[in-house]
Design a protein around this ligand. Structure first.
Ligand code: 13P
Length: 247
């Protein structure tokens, strides 16, 4: 089964009502490659707005979900509430949350399990720090992050993996095509050995970290790069060129 190219735009904590409307209207009017799955992820408060106005096949993802149901969890949003407003995707395990908010591998795994059980599809983010890359432990780190999820989840058919080296996020320092391909191939090998042949063949593995319209075409030529998770550049008109860079 061919893996459909996937491009996500993670807006992080950026945008106002006016700006988010304008980004989405731009995507609605753009000529988007129909063979690419496109997802945008605005801050939670703008999810219903995004759902209401996004067309042209553009789907919407939350940037976080809690691992409990509805209840006394001030400030949190449940999978059921995301589904209630028509959101079917969620980003989990972003390095900004792991690093700044101390989210552990175990918590990320628990949230992934809860999201899947609640009927959401998950963009699961993993990636090593600069220190870890320089120590030669990149593959150990990403497989440790994946293993925590594999301990909780056996069906990976609604998971997309985003490999986002922390040193490449928001730095303008993109991984080389060789660096990206090497880690993506190792992730696929891990899926084959730990989950199943099916998971290895069908799971999309995205690259994220300083992706722009200038580097996306070359990255997209790599056999194990099945798309991108884009931060800063997803707020700009050139996001359309990144979407259309599928090989
Ligand atoms: P940048 O594209 O801004 O480097 O961010 C990547 C990212 O963190 C996407 O989740």
């Amino acid at each position: 089964m061919a893996r459909k190219f996937f491009v996500g735009g993670n807006f992080k904590s950026n945008g106002t009502t006016t700006q988010i409307k304008s980004i989405i209207e731009g995507l609605n009017q753009a000529s988007l490659n129909p063979n690419v799955e496109v997802i945008i992820s605005p801050p939670a408060i703008y999810l219903p707005l995004a759902k209401e106005i996004a067309s042209n096949g553009v789907q919407v993802a939350a940037q976080n979900v809690y691992d409990k149901g509805n209840g006394a969890y001030t400030g949190e949003i449940s999978a059921a509430q995301l589904k209630d407003v028509g959101v079917n995707w969620v980003i989990i395990g972003h390095s900004e949350r792991r690093a700044l908010l101390g989210e552990s591998d175990k918590f990320v795994a628990s949230k992934t399990k809860a999201a899947l059980a609640g009927g959401l599809s998950v963009i699961l983010c993993i990636g090593e720090s600069l220190e870890e890359r320089e120590a030669g432990t990149t593959i150990d780190v990403v497989t440790r992050q994946l293993k925590a999820v594999a301990d909780e989840v056996s069906d990976w058919s609604n998971i997309v993996i985003a490999y986002e080296p922390v040193w490449a996020i928001g730095t303008g320092k993109v991984a080389t095509t060789e660096q990206a391909q090497e880690v993506h191939a190792a992730i696929r090998k891990w899926l084959r050995e730990t989950v199943s042949d099916k998971a290895a063949e069908e799971t999309r593995i995205l690259y994220g970290g300083s992706v722009t319209d200038k580097n996306s075409k070359e990255l997209a030529t790599q056999p194990d790069v099945d798309g991108f998770l884009v931060g800063g550049a997803s707020l700009k008109p050139a996001f359309v060129d990144i979407i259309n860079s599928a090989a």
